[in-house]
Design a protein around this ligand. Sequence first.
Ligand code: A2P
Length: 317
Amino acid sequence: MTQKTLAPLNTMPIVGLGTFKAEAGVTRQAVIDAVKIGYRHIDCAPVYGNQAEIGSAVKSLIDEGLIQREQLWITSKLWNDSHLPEDVRPALEQTLVDLQLEYLDLYLIHWPVAVKKGLFLPTSAEDLVPLSQIPLAETWQALEEMVGVDLCKRIGVSNFSVKKLKDLALTAKIKPFANQVEIHPYLPQHKLSKYCQDQEIMLTAYSPLGSPDRPERIKVENEPVLMQEPAVLTLAEKHGVTSAQILLNWLIMRGIVVIPKSVNKERLKQNLDAATFKLTTEDVKQIDQLDRNRRYYTGANWTMEGSSYRMENLWDE
Ligand code: A2P
């Protein structure tokens, strides 16, 4: 285990393990491999369907004495069906049961979107609950209470725009510790990044590699493939690294936490080692040219005909 991977206690390690799309049967081993390689940060969510496997891996690593709970940073998220204040604590408690933990390091509101209790994705507009019925401020207040009862050390949000962060600030007693959003060269999120920096809100990038294994329902025809962008491949060759390392390095040097998902030992290592070389100003300029304000996760699940959620009020753009 190398020194660079050991984050000081109480900070969010800048490279974490993404677990969205980590499939049943392989997730447990991937988490064990990751921690043995040096990962100290695991990003989870109940909706990924694999928290029990992650919990089993973490427990066995702790039981074997390979790691202590306090050396790990574990994030999870409140699913959209539990935004009602009275649903927050049971949802968090279930996540803790699944992960076999007594507390989370960070608990996030997964989406600024509510669905009816018990639902994963809506199949009709009636499955969605407008924010006017369950305001985010009320869900946030319930999360604040979870810090008070020591079920999580910090709270934050995910998929929040600058506008939603500003709205939340009007009533929040605790400032969000982090906002987790999609960020990569096609969607560099400069405005959000500047705001979060000014407000001292950590920014975490999901899909930092362009999420090539995203679910079929998310894919559209002829989408650009980030890891195969000629500019990225050229820089990878120049530095003698992989295109994934170029993409992660570009984020890390902006102070953005990355949570690349991998279930492969070699790629897990590569991703953790992404900060071990330096991109030049000229390299960064070339990556910056890839900006096309393009999301892989558009939020189309929430904006079906008849829904109160529209692209405009989801992303506030
Ligand atoms: P695998 O799990 O087989 O390694 P994202 O984090 O943007 O969602 O991307 C995850 C996808 O990228 C997965 O398909 C994962 O495959 C793949 N991946 C992760 N790390 C690397 C890497 N270093 N090189 C190439 N592909 C990678």
